[in-house]
Design a protein around this ligand. Structure first.
Ligand code: HEM
Length: 287
């Protein structure tokens, strides 16, 4: 049916074709303008100075527009909504666990060692990689959020040959195997009796250092050869944003009684969005 619709260019297939064209036009325009800027030696180009993703590829002589379009699209599709929904759930968890919110704010404050009257910009400017590496509690809290609210809640693989798994279960070539990071993140057999509790401490050793889990257990970023390529980048982004936010503001739910739930989709957004109140963090005040 799909093929017929595509051939006749009607219905959803026609709509898809139109949308792809629109995205392509936008991306090719951007890529071509960057290529032109680079090829013009007189242009003291601001684009290259910005050293964004496309500029870096161009510097490495990757100038095929189609390749660049695929790269940009892949990173945007894989990296944007996943990180955004994880951060939304993180803010939700912070509103539900104010003492954890306070603990992270303290960790940020201690690591960057800033005065009480610092601005949001000053706080952001002092977050270098070393500072981010020294925030195990924040790292643990983000991991705990993603364990319970994985932005890819369900995933699947196609078997390319007949096989028998370690537990004796057999699969045939062409079978589809579906696994559910959402359910796996809440299984008592994997995470213990408190699996449904939000407890960042489960990720810390007795010295308070972050202890990573096997990706086959903490499956939210997938595992094996096709594991998420942007995992480290995602943590860096999420740590910068949450350190700046929690270091500067106290978050509370706009309506404590409103039920917050997920929307069933390929990703895991909060249904209807999350409404919060942010008030400036005064270091002598408790949330
Ligand atoms: C919390 C944030 C993120 C989560 C939970 C996440 C999760 C995942 C998962 C589950 C996969 C495997 C998909 C599959 O094979 O079926 C994946 C793949 C991928 N992710 Fe992420 N991702 C996140 C952020 C990012 C970011 C920020 C980027 C890029 C900047 C990124 C780039 C990629 C790429 C390129 C792949 C494909 C890897 C491959 O197939 O070889 N991801 N991600």
């Amino acid at each position: 049916m799909k093929k017929i619709k595509r051939f006749l260019n009607i219905g959803k297939e026609a709509e898809l074709k139109k949308n792809i064209k629109e995205v392509d036009q936008f991306l090719y325009k951007l890529i071509n303008s960057k290529i032109e800027t680079i090829q013009n030696p007189e242009d003291d180009n601001i684009y290259l100075k910005k050293r964004d993703f496309v500029s870096r590829r161009l510097e490495m002589k990757d100038t095929d527009p189609k390749y660049l379009r695929d790269m940009v699209l892949c990173v945007t599709v894989a990296g944007q909504d996943t990180t955004a929904s994880s951060l939304s759930w993180f803010v939700y968890m912070m509103c539900k666990h104010l003492h954890i919110q306070e603990k992270i704010a303290q960790e940020v404050r201690e690591i960057i060692n800033l005065k009480d009257d610092r601005s949001v910009d000053e706080l952001a400017a002092s977050l270098d990689q070393e500072a981010l590496n020294n925030m195990p509690y924040l790292h643990a809290t983000l991991s705990e959020t993603i364990r319970l609210y994985p932005s890819v809640p369900m995933n699947a693989r196609m078997c390319f040959s007949d096989d028998t798994w370690p537990d004796g279960f057999s699969v045939k070539k062409g079978d589809m195997v579906v696994y559910q990071p959402y359910a796996m993140g809440r299984m008592k057999s994997l995470w213990g009796d408190d699996a449904e509790e939000f407890r960042p401490e489960r990720w810390l050793d007795k010295n308070g250092l972050f202890q990573d889990e096997s990706p086959y257990k903490f499956i939210a970023f997938s595992a094996g050869p096709r594991i998420c390529l942007g995992k480290e980048h995602a943590y860096t982004q999420m740590k910068i944003i949450s350190a700046v936010l929690l270091g500067s503001y106290i978050f509370k739910l706009a309506d404590e009684k409103k039920i917050v739930n997920y929307k069933t989709m390929v990703s895991l957004p909060i249904d209807g969005g999350l409404y919060v109140k942010a008030s400036p963090r005064l270091w002598h005040a408790k949330p």
